[in-house]
Ligand binder design. Structure first.
Ligand code: SF4
Length: 442
């Protein structure tokens, strides 16, 4: 859609998300919103709606509700009637709502006479066995019955279809679903399956039983439908990051393979190497160590590095990336869980643990660099010379043919160590060398 067309749609269309009650089902394995619950208060909903529509003078209202707008328990009839009246008073002709099929009845549909109504139904997949596996709680027949009723009242159907469901032959089933949706629905929204925080599928990802598609893989699957005017394609309907729910967050403390390959670390590493995009304009990758203090930004190590980086004329081009037991951590995520809630005590490392650390992190770094290496023109490392993170980084860069530059002169480092300095990375001399190396970049 062109920018001016988009602006026009914004002026004529209002999208609202009323919070009321909860989805009557709440069990779909990919959905977290359906587990949220809010008080049902018709008076408060009416006041809220009035405010939402105060300055709106367009003709289309879209209501997204994570559940069913036609479910009396979630949205009492009194509120639905208020919405219809409000639409008529304000000259809103087109109304879009969402509902599970079991709430689509003739009686409820009659409430919307005189409006051009479109009802969104999350069909997801047109196969009963697959619907059972994703715990959708209805069958294809239920969807078809609802579609028939909606059409009988002269209203329209918007079918939501998910790509990459955790079911056997999902790709074949997706195309079969599109065939049915094209025949039965007036509009189709094809969405990439991305897990919400409370969705059970997040744990399937952590167990390695399923993983989200990258943008490239998603676009390949949906390519045959891109030019169908009935079809909208959505790679990301919300800002997707591995959002670990609060009740599943634990402080990850320990040393050894289980603590390097913690499932929460693994899903983030997968996300960084397939879905994440490094910040635009930052073409100098500066690899740095973690710190005992979390988030890293509050530690002395990082405050000193920060100072050296900020003093450099190249500051805007530098992307700081931490290498630590959770893997590769772009610095902008330093205060996200689990990167702000772990401890790896180096004093407990055995030679075997060190070897494992280098082996696992080398692979993670390679995956990151294979995905994003072209984003950067320069690769600088600022670690202790004897650090395993530096070793993993060097091996990864060697294997990929990437030129890695140490952020200081090793002679200076060794001299400081020989003088008894325990933390040479903190020393002004070394930080000054880092700044000079950054300055020297063209
Ligand atoms: S996808 Fe829809 S029906 Fe399923 S739990 Fe979520 S809100 Fe409820």
């Amino acid at each position: 859609m062109k920018a001016n067309e988009n602006k026009k749609v914004q002026e004529t269309t209002k999208t609202i998300i009323p919070r009321s009650g909860k989805c009557s089902w709440g069990k779909c394995i990919f959905c977290g919103y359906g587990k949220e619950e809010y008080p049902v208060n018709v008076q408060a909903l009416k006041v809220w709606l009035d405010r939402q529509l105060l300055d709106f003078h367009g003709d289309t209202l879209k209501i997204y509700c994570s559940g069913s707008f036609l479910d009396d328990e979630q949205f009492p009839r009194e509120f639905r009637e208020y919405v219809v009246k409000k639409c008529k008073d304000k000259g809103i002709k087109h109304l879009q709502i969402e509902s599970r099929p079991e709430f689509v009845t003739d009686e409820k549909l009659e409430e919307f006479d005189e409006l051009d109504l479109i009802i969104g139904i999350g069909l997801e997949v047109a196969d009963d066995q697959a619907l059972k596996l994703i715990a959708k709680g209805f069958t294809v027949k239920d969807y078809l019955k609802a579609v028939e009723k909606i059409h009988k009242h002269g209203f329209k159907v918007k079918a939501y279809v998910l790509v990459n469901l955790p079911v056997p032959n999902w790709e074949k089933l997706f195309h079969k679903t599109m065939e049915l949706a094209r025949k039965t629905a007036d509009r189709i929204v094809v969405m990439n399956l991305l897990p919400h925080g409370k969705a059970p599928i997040l744990e399937m990802w952590a167990r390695g039983e399923w993983k989200p598609l990258s943008r490239k893989d998603f676009e390949k699957v949906v390519a045959p439908y891109m030019n169908d005017p009935k079809v909208e394609v959505e790679f990301e309907t919300f800002r997707f990051i591995p959002n670990i729910p609060n009740e599943k967050k634990v402080f990850i403390e320990g040393v050894g393979k289980d603590y390097i390959e913690h499932p929460w670390y693994n899903i983030w590493q997968d996300w960084f190497s397939r879905i994440y995009e490094p910040p635009a304009g930052k073409d100098i990758a500066l690899f740095v160590p973690c710190s005992y203090t979390k988030p890293y930004s509050r530690s002395k190590t990082h405050r000193l590095i920060d100072k050296a980086v900020k003093l450099s004329e190249k500051a805007k081009r530098i992307h700081r990336i931490v290498i630590s037991s959770p893997g590769v951590i772009p610095f902008e995520f330093n205060n996200y869980y689990p990167f702000n809630a772990y401890e790896w005590d180096e004093r407990l490392e055995t030679p075997e643990v060190k070897e494992e650390y280098v082996r696992i992190n080398k692979e993670r770094i390679k995956k990151y660099l294979k995905a994003h290496g072209r984003h950067y023109k320069h690769f600088i490392a600022y670690f202790r010379l004897e650090s395993e993170s530096l070793e993993a980084l060097k091996q990864a860069c060697d294997e990929l043919g990437i030129k890695l530059v140490l952020g200081y002169n090793p002679e200076t480092y060794m001299r400081l160590v020989n003088e008894g300095e325990k933390r040479p990375l903190f020393r002004e001399e070394l930080l000054h060398e880092l700044k000079s190396k950054l300055e020297a970049i063209k």
